[in-house]
Design a protein around this ligand. Structure first.
Ligand code: ZN
Length: 270
């Protein structure tokens, strides 16, 4: 599932290529025909990301709200486009480019008020200057495991299954540790690591958590299976122990019981 780095990356790219243009919008598959008609022929003013949500803001208070969910993906081609192939929910055509969206979990027409209610439901977004203190306030009073809290979009927006595993591995923290047991020092390390990883993901358009030194090659040359330290791995790259796969907050969490302890120093500083 695309995490926050991806939505911000898409917003930046789509802003650059489509904003300011009068777009021809349709729903070849038919499931978004009414919404598409409402914005077709209107100027796309901007594209904005918050957490895992994308907003295509058209003139006249008309916003297309997208959540890619697990299967949503975009494909681009030059205009005029070829006839649509497969289940294209949304097609946006500019003078030069055509963008097709398939398989989103959400694609709907909303107004500013509804957009604001979506934004209000989200916690701080590390890629959008999100307030670290607000995230700490939510985590430090919760008895839920930190591995689960990181997936709650109302706690922190944009973090998914890969970032949560990789961040907790980097700082050596047991994902089962209740939020309230984290020390402020541990939380600060977590936040720093998260912001760094998400920014790197935004830069490259994909999540990369290894360093070039660890990988033995430039980051841009990494194969998909070389990008992570612990997610989807069988052995820990630090201690060679078997990686544990455990369900936390109903999603598979990869972690190393040898390296991720972290509870000893908890509570030393408040
Ligand atoms: Zn280990």
């Amino acid at each position: 599932m695309p995490e926050g780095h991806k939505t911000h990356y898409l917003a930046r790219e789509h802003n650059r290529r489509y904003a300011g243009e009068r777009l021809e919008v349709s729903s070849p598959q038919g499931r978004f025909s009414e919404g598409a008609n409402a914005v077709s022929g209107h100027v796309l003013e901007s594209v904005r990301a918050s957490g895992k949500h994308l907003f295509y803001e058209f003139e006249g208070n008309r916003i297309v709200h997208i959540h890619l969910g697990r299967y949503g993906s975009y494909a681009e081609q030059t205009s005029p486009p070829e006839p649509p192939v497969g289940q294209v929910r949304l097609r946006m055509v500019s003078q030069t480019l055509t963008l097709d969206l398939r398989g989103p979990s959400q694609c709907r027409l909303i107004d500013r008020e509804t957009q604001q209610s979506v934004l209000d439901s989200l916690g701080p977004d590390p890629l959008d200057g999100g307030d670290r203190a607000e995230v700490w306030a939510a985590i430090s009073k919760s008895s839920k495991p930190i591995g689960g809290l990181l997936l709650e979009q109302a706690v922190v927006a944009g973090v998914g299954n890969i970032f949560r595993a990789e961040v907790l591995f980097e700082i050596g923290l047991d994902p089962r540790l209740p939020g309230a047991k984290l020390s402020k020092i541990q939380f600060n390390e977590l936040w720093k690591s998260l912001v760094k990883m998400m920014k790197l993901g935004l830069k490259h358009g994909r999540i990369i958590t290894v360093t070039a030194k660890e990988a033995g090659k430039p980051l841009k040359d990494l194969e998909d299976h070389e990008r992570f330290r612990v997610y989807g791995k069988a052995l820990c790259p630090r201690c060679d122990a078997n990686i544990v796969v455990e369900s936390i907050a109903s999603r598979k969490m990869h972690w190393c019981p040898g390296c991720q302890i972290g509870s000893q120093s908890a509570g030393q500083e408040c």
